[in-house]
Design a protein around this ligand. Sequence first.
Ligand SMILES: Nc1nc2c(ncn2[C@@H]2O[C@H](COP(=O)(O)OP(=O)(O)OP(=O)(O)O)[C@@H](O)[C@H]2O)c(=O)[nH]1
Length: 298
Amino acid sequence: MYKSGFISIIGRPNVGKSTLLNHILKTKLVITSPTAQTTRNTVQGIYTDEEAQMIFLDTPGIHKPQDGLGSFMNATALGSIAGTDIILLMEAADERIGKGDRFIVERLKSEAECPVYLLLNKSDLLTKDEMLAKLTQWSALYPFKEIIPISALNGDNLDDLMATLKSDLPEGDQIYPEEMITDHPEQFILSEFIREKILYFTHDEIPHDVAIVIQQWEEDDDHIHIMADIVVNRKSQKGILIGKQGAMIKKIKQQARRDMRRFSGKNVDLELYVKVEKDWRNKQTYLKEFGYNSDDYS
Ligand SMILES: Nc1nc2c(ncn2[C@@H]2O[C@H](COP(=O)(O)OP(=O)(O)OP(=O)(O)O)[C@@H](O)[C@H]2O)c(=O)[nH]1
């Protein structure tokens, strides 16, 4: 039976979250409908094999704090674990248990509605006895489903971790089929800036699932040239998008470019073309046709 579900990793900066994810994930990004923007923002990466799909979620506010402990204790941060199937609290085993840890544990006690695992990372820095002592300390703090010592750096025990997660995930189909996952997150994010400006400036007169298709992408150290099609259903929508004497498309382009420049740190040349394609949404193969297949990105 196939397993699938959402896994939240929480932990202070520097405990090794990115190292772990880099180890187990091929970094991929989900293409979601923009009406589900929040999903896009929180999906950190997806692991898919023939038995399971694990969707790892980012926990903003904990993951990238501005000021260490303060943000670690950010009251909103734990909100993002609601609705996940498994929580991984990640700690660096070589650090002592501090105030922030106790705080997070208290919040987990009152808020976690799913199994919580403790990953004691950096096991390579501890002797067996030191690790045992840590395990004892931590197990007194919270009824973790399991405490798993790992070394994200060396890959120690990660197979065990994956097997444990797999066994604990609910049964279910792939939540994100392969064609909804892209290997080119930067291209996707930049094209989302275009969509965002379209929705903003047209006051939602253009449907949320307007397709943005990157037709050409050339990039060097300080410059990106992007040619993209905006695909709409109806001629009238094309009219709205272009605007009086091209005023609307110009505004969309300028603002999208600005955001793209900020995001990428590069100069961006943006060419936008509006195309009308009736019923593209109903076409079975639309994902592929409109560049949503990762193979189509270059
Ligand atoms: N010795 C050792 N070092 C590790 C291990 N995992 C991560 N590190 C190191 O710890 C440091 C922080 O790792 P990151 O993966 O960047 O930590 P993070 O939790 O993603 O940090 P933020 O992005 O700030 O939230 C890096 O220097 C890693 O090389 C491990 O298992 N053993």
